[in-house]
Design a protein around this ligand. Sequence first.
Ligand code: XLS
Ligand code: NI
Ligand code: NI
Length: 435
Amino acid sequence: MAYFENINKVQYEGVKTDNPFAFRHYNPEEIVLGKTMKEHLRFGIAYWHTMTQDGSDPFGSPVNIRNWCGETPMETAKNRVEAFFEILEKLGVEYFCFHDVDVAPEGDSLEEFFQNIDEITDLIKEKMDQTGIKLLWNTANMFSNPRFVNGAASSNNADVFAHSAAQVKKGLDISKKLGGENYVFWGGREGYESLLNTDMKLEQDNIARLFKMAIAYGEKINHKPQFLIEPKPKEPSSHQYDYDAATAMAFIQKYGLEGDFKLNLEGNHATLAGHTFEHELAVARCYDALGSIDANQGHPLLGWDTDEFPTNVHDTTLVMVELLENGGIAPGGINFDSKVRRSSFAMEDLFLAHIAGMDTYARGLKAAAALKEARFFDELKEKRYASYTTGIGAKIVAGEEDLESLTTYALANDEIKMESDHLEFVKSRLNDFLF
Ligand code: XLS
Ligand code: NI
Ligand code: NI
């Protein structure tokens, strides 16, 4: 049965089309810098925002119209799988991501939950085999259930730690069964509400203990997805340990996890941390740890994780500049961790919103490719840092100078000439590439 009877496979029709269910910029087979757009962008769809989110908010009840609700939670779960793959196929999206609780009802016990997961992931596997659609990553939801009120691995209660370990083990078993390319840890409530009662060192050591158990189990079952930490500074906890990319890298290095862990970076989490998305990507690149991205954007006037679909071409261009500099994002991808706004409650909005996000990323890719071909940023930076390529700068970089030799140099070269950055001119030239 089709859940979106009136929607056909979405095709590229170019900017002149007036068909809302067509791509205007995303042309999957078009070659950009030697690769197809599809290969560059590796789009993924998030099960939670697309299949389970109901449009409710702290001030209002569910509004989303969805036609896949069945008689029992398991029937609904099965219908969702069908509807989800219909969306993926019709949009031509080849990857997806999910939390354990998104796909299967928790039931009355952990045992029942695991049985439900097995049954539903069998169905998902069948769909994957039929369509060639792949699992970008899965994860365990260790923040929604009341037992996680004080976190999962960072909980003060060791039984909660054990429960979390069981969920992660199941997550890795599923990842193996479905050929998952990455496995994500977003520390939902791995943080604290008040330092008054928190042993921060023990909590962070325990998070690292769980991560090491995950690495060891992956080795044991001979399945090694790229592990990813997804930083976020706050919400739901008032303070989360994986605050931002730099903080997560300090954690990864402190506990010696560099060989197995990289980062999954999200647009709205970057802005919540007081950074731009491209800042977070650049930090990750400095550590060779850019693993995957959660594509969304925050509302400029709201201070929480609104997870809006990306529609800002300026932002997606700067993201794609980073991804190109990274040599691509594989085995990661561009996962739309994005949800339709409450007022976009119709079924077809799920298509319109993803088309908007995909087109905005396609425009970002094209603009970033043009910037790269024009050597826009290279020339800018070569000129700006030219003092380090010759003379004293080249010697500093080569490690040939020390405080004494530089003091001698500085005393003899006391009149320093600084040059203007002409930043407004640079920004205006950048606009020429965007539109
Ligand atoms: C929440 C996070 C979450 C992760 C997966 O803010 O973005 O959705 O991506 O647990
Ligand atoms: Ni996310
Ligand atoms: Ni988020």
